[in-house]
Design a protein around this ligand. Structure first.
Ligand code: FES
Ligand SMILES: [Fe+2]
Length: 340
């Protein structure tokens, strides 16, 4: 079943729809849905993944949400197997560096930060963003929504900034960040999103009437028509594009319908391995919602109230999508993943 295009709609309905974004789109039961496995060709997904993985991420990794690091206390994370400490300098800019104190190796977590200087909890050694001979900072960037750390990574020539996807201005948007941990590698997270064909089958609570427009898609961009479910009767039909600005990021951008310019950025950060030696990957998803409707000003004003529900929706999807990504990793590790 395909979406009615906007031009199919009678003009009165179209005018109503301009004012009210939701549409009566009853959700089909699964026995009435078209299977998508013939379109979700393993070779096609593998090729798109290969193209995405060939991009240079410049050693940049998402380390969390901008709000995770305040002005008075340091935070540590393990990223790509390295302990990393994060804090803020005198002007609020992000500082990052090795997470072990250069004196006796204390973990620099929850240390006091005064005027941009971090004081180690064990013996008070002071570190600032300049570093010294015993401690050199990493590249660090706060894009207003997410925190990034630039680490030396073989095969990834360092770049001064992460490859940020275009966003509408943050003061015109409502944004929320969700994180979820999976036993898999970043490529399994990206591969999940490069298979949009699973959307209506695997997430019927969120999507229906999903079709990939092959005429507007290639190895770098997937164009999808989909209805976001509000209930079994009502939905919001949109057109969206998926693309990968770097090897560990996939972005969905609404290009037609309600919320044009809204983006959902999914970032996959390898953390290290668990006690069984399996890879752990943190999924950080930033939803940056925008709408040109006058009523959206109220939504921006209500952002603190809306964030929990945006996070809840994203988390529900990722609980399922991580099952997909973890299964993909498990099959790859066993050498049983279907080769195209
Ligand atoms: S371990 Fe940090 S000051 Fe001694
Ligand atoms: Fe999914």
């Amino acid at each position: 079943m395909s979406l009615r295009t906007r031009t199919d709609l009678p003009s009165k309905t179209a005018s109503l729809r301009r004012r009210i974004p939701i549409t009566r789109v009853p959700q089909p039961s699964q026995d009435r849905m078209r299977s998508t496995w013939r379109q979700a060709k393993p070779a096609r997904i593998a090729k798109a993944l290969e193209v995405s993985q060939a991009q240079n991420s410049g050693g940049w990794f998402v380390a969390g949400a901008s709000g995770d690091v305040g002005r008075t206390t340091s935070v540590t994370r393990t990223i790509a197997g390295r302990e990393v400490v994060l804090w803020r300098n005198r002007t609020g800019g992000l500082v990052a560096g090795p997470g072990a104190c250069p004196h006796l190796g204390a973990l620099l977590d929850k240390c006091s930060v005064v005027d941009g200087t971090l004081y180690c909890r064990w013996h008070g050694l002071a570190l600032d963003e300049q570093g010294d001979r015993s401690w050199s900072p990493y590249r660090a960037f706060d894009d207003g929504v997410l925190l990034w750390v630039g680490l030396p990574v073989p095969g990834e020539p360092a770049t001064p900034r992460p490859a940020l996807p275009a966003r509408t201005s943050l003061d015109q948007s409502v944004f929320a960040v969700m994180t979820e941990l999976g036993v898999c590698e970043p490529q399994d997270v990206i591969a999940n999103r490069l298979d949009p064909w699973h959307g209506a089958w695997f997430h019927p609570y969120s999507f229906s009437h999903l079709t990939v427009d092959d005429n507007a898609s290639d190895d770098k961009t997937l164009t999808v028509d989909v209805t976001f479910r509000l209930s079994r009767t009502w939905g919001v039909p949109v057109r969206a594009e998926f693309s990968c600005p770097d090897a560990r990021t996939i972005v969905m951008r609404i290009t037609e319908g309600e919320g044009v310019g809204s983006v959902v950025e999914t970032h996959a950060t390898p953390l290290g391995t668990d006690e069984r030696g399996q890879p752990l990957t943190m999924v950080t998803e930033a939803t940056i919602a925008h709408s040109g409707r006058p009523g959206f000003a109220i939504a921006r004003w209500m952002a603190p109230l809306l964030r929990p529900s945006i996070r809840k929706t994203a988390r529900r999807l990722w609980v399922d999508d991580l099952l997909y990504a973890e299964r993909r990793y498990e099959l790859r590790a066993r050498g049983e993943f279907p080769s195209p």
